[in-house]
Design a protein around this ligand. Sequence first.
Ligand code: SAH
Ligand code: MG
Length: 203
Amino acid sequence: MDPVLFQHARDAIGFMPDDEGLALHAAGLEAAAAGPLLEIGTYCGKSAIYLGAAARARDSMLFTVDHHRGSEENQAGWVWHDERLVDPDTGLLDTLPCFRRTIASAGLDDVVVAVVGDSPTVARHWATPLGLVFIDGGHALDVALGDYQGWAPRVAARGRLVFHDVFEDPAEGGQAPFKVWERAVADGFTPESTTGSLRVLRR
Ligand code: SAH
Ligand code: MG
């Protein structure tokens, strides 16, 4: 990965360890031939840099979907709440300004397009086949399953489906992404690689 973009990704606020980010980047490079890349769960744009760098290298695009109000686990009182991301006017979480700063300072404005809205709603109106779908939105079972059901049909032939935060052992983390990953395998997606909690499957 371009070392300057890697440094931007490492410095960005968010939830993506270096090794998993590099695996995500590699999947993006492989998948870009099949179509544009799409991410569910933008947050502040950390993973979007890994995928955006792949899009840049392959002359492709990354669309990144988020309502920017945070998941349940990002709200006040939860461990993953970050006070800096609260809009003082409304008291609501708003990660869109942070995302814009992250992507602009990485110089990726021309390859990363923010889609601001509810993931299943956007999925219902999305028709373009995708080279890669990265599912990293809400981690409640109904939310993760809704993302899978909405977006998996949009993965192009020879495209990739990628899940984050997949933990087989309940002691390591929530089980919803693992349950949805199992569902994807049962539906015929082929596991291709695992790096930490990041799992890549192929159509
Ligand atoms: N990929 C990010 C982390 C994503 S955190 C990183 O690299 O750091 C999960 C994100 O999913 C949050 O920003 C939250 O707002 C978003 N999200 C949760 N449910 C959503 C939904 N139904 N539609 C759109 N975005 C959603
Ligand atoms: Mg995650």
